[in-house]
Design a protein around this ligand. Structure first.
Ligand SMILES: [Zn+2]
Length: 299
């Protein structure tokens, strides 16, 4: 067992089976221990379906060459905003190797995300992040449908800059970040219908993409004039949205070179981190727990 793995395996075991060990294939609780595998993971035998599994089975850590402590290290350091390059140096691994692991972490996390809609008092704003042109240009994230694709708002895209929308709820403080190919009135309406409950108040500035259609779609629309953006008018402001963007931008700074193809993954990973109201260790554990999928999907 690689040094450092023992403690990690213990933690992972606890995180995965919080509700008791269940067969990852059939969901049965009739499971008995069957020694440890070569890497030190507890093995189990399901008495019902007669199959064996271990603590990593059906997770991204399964059959990985990276020891579990290195996965944990990548999650923690990446969450803290360290570059893949410097994490790779720390671990003595190839850049590509660590890059792939970090991508896997984000993809798996995104696939497991269950979004509930924002409500009551919501703020919406847009910003631009620098991303390269490499790779394909599909930026949509599920379950969002992509009507109005390619319609460029606000004078077209700035070179090398990709628009990102933030939607944040004032009370619950839940956040969505969505990277887009362009900005348009249609996309704004689509995002609202996907992420915000009807009847909620939607606060925006007065950029032309936020139109009267917002009210027609069943939302109340609070508009703060752009030139007075920093000053709230009563309850109408987007201070929370701007605050979330400043967190995103300072985290994202070291990743500026990533291609547009992966920008959605990056912002949704940070969205997940920011939605966890805890410190770095808490966030790392929450990511690991999510990736372990403590309850099998087929139950
Ligand atoms: Zn079973």
């Amino acid at each position: 067992m690689p040094p450092g793995d023992e403690k990690c395996i213990e933690i992972i075991q606890k995180l995965r089976w919080k509700e008791g060990v269940r067969c990852v294939f059939c969901g049965s609780k009739e499971v008995v221990k069957r020694g440890e595998d070569k890497k030190g993971f507890q093995r189990y035998l399901c008495k019902k379906c007669k199959r064996t599994f271990n603590n990593r089975t059906k997770t991204i850590f399964d059959k990985s060459k990276l020891p579990i402590w290195e996965w944990s290290y990548i999650i923690k350091e990446h969450s803290a905003g360290r570059s893949i390059y410097s994490i790779a140096i720390d671990l003595g691994r190839k850049y590509e190797h660590v890059w792939k692991a970090a991508k896997k972490i984000k993809q798996d996390l995104l696939a497991r995300q269950i979004a509930s809609k924002l409500k009551v008092n919501v703020e919406m704003d847009e910003t631009y992040l620098t991303a390269g042109e490499k790779g394909n240009r599909r930026l949509s994230r599920k379950p969002m449908k992509r009507g109005g694709t390619g319609i460029k708002g606000r004078g077209g895209l700035k070179e090398g800059k990709t628009p990102v929308i933030v939607l944040t709820e004032r009370k619950g403080k839940s956040i969505f970040f969505v990277a887009l190919e362009g900005l348009s009135e249609e996309l704004v309406l689509e995002l609202l219908e996907t992420y915000v409950e009807k009847g909620s108040i939607v606060n925006t500035d007065d950029f032309p993409i936020y139109t009267k259609e917002i009210e027609r779609k069943g939302y109340k629309h609070g508009i703060i004039p752009h030139n007075k953006k920093r000053f709230a008018e009563g309850n109408v402001h987007i201070n929370n949205a701007e605050n979330r963007f400043s967190f995103l931008k300072s985290w994202y700074r070291v990743f500026r070179g990533i291609s547009k193809k992966y920008l959605s993954l990056w912002v949704s990973f940070f969205e997940f981190l920011l939605n966890l109201k805890t410190n770095l260790i808490g966030k790392t554990l929450a990511v690991i727990e999510k990736l372990m999928g403590s309850t099998p999907k087929n139950i």
